[in-house]
Design a protein around this ligand. Structure first.
Ligand code: PGA
Length: 250
């Protein structure tokens, strides 16, 4: 199976000129790595122009954040339909940085419904802010999944991609060890099977949090993941190309 890499550029780079250079480099890296598929989530302002440059079915696009309503008086927001008009095929929902700004599990629930209704793949981010030895983070993840997926039918649940991103590993110095991810992948599947039945077994689960060219392959091999949500390493061309190439050995 192809590894899925979602490049979450966040609020980078500062100019479209730089975005274009970064995009061309990312595209080149992906063209050489047949076993990786790439979804770029740039700042929305750059989407339309980058989609024009893509000219390849191997590179898809996502919005980093969406509103659940199709249009209306929501200053600063972007609807899924507007994203679709700029050729997105996915959207990130519930990223930790958006949750820190107030996005709730209920917001995620509405956005997932809207994305699926528009035939856009929702990439739902879940993750605890901290961990101790009590194992309370498992319950926390279960609750995030339960509420966000509440309105998704069992038939459609496998269309949702889950990105597990422990908040303490985002923007940190090291990623979570693959064996801990393996345990979390099993737990996520088990939780979704409990609420949505056996299709939960087929869901794509990504890992995010300090992924780079040094740890991605190990995580892909031992973490039971389908791919990655990458922040910092996705906006440094050399690092990102090395990451993509490292996955060729998978
Ligand atoms: P990072 O960010 O790769 O810079 O840790 C990951 C994310 O926030 O999606």
């Amino acid at each position: 199976m192809k590894a899925l890499v979602v490049a979450n550029w966040k609020m980078n780079p500062a100019t479209f000129r730089e975005a274009k250079i970064l995009f061309e480099a990312s595209k080149k890296a992906i063209e050489k790595s047949k076993n990786v598929s790439l979804v770029v989530a740039p700042p929305a302002l750059y989407l339309r122009e980058l989609a024009r440059l893509a000219r390849s079915r191997r590179v898809l696009f996502a919005l980093q954040h969406v509103h659940d309503q199709p249009s209306g008086a929501f200053t600063g927001e972007i609807s899924i339909a507007q994203g679709k008009d700029t050729k997105i095929s996915a959207c990130i929902i519930g990223h930790a940085e958006r949750r820190a700004m107030g996005e709730t599990n209920d917001d995620c629930r509405r956005k997932i419904v809207a994305a699926l209704a528009n035939k856009i793949t929702p990439i739902l981010c879940v993750g605890e802010t901290s961990r101790d030895h009590s194992g309370a983070h498992f319950q926390f993840i279960k609750e995030q999944l339960k509420i966000a997926l509440m309105d998704v039918s069992p038939q459609k649940v496998a269309q949702v991609v889950i990105a597990y991103e422990p908040v303490w590993a985002i923007g940190a110095t090291a990623a979570m060890p693959p064996r801990d991810m393996h345990e979390m992948t099993i737990f996520i599947r088990k939780s979704i099977v409990e609420t949505h039945g056996k299709d939960g077994m087929h869901m794509k689960i990504l890992y995010g949090g300090s992924v780079d060219e040094t740890n991605a392959l190990g995580m892909l091999r031992d973490g039971e993941v389908a791919g990655f949500l990458v922040g910092r390493a996705s906006v440094e061309s050399a690092k990102f190309s090395a990451l993509i190439h490292s996955l060729a050995a998978a």
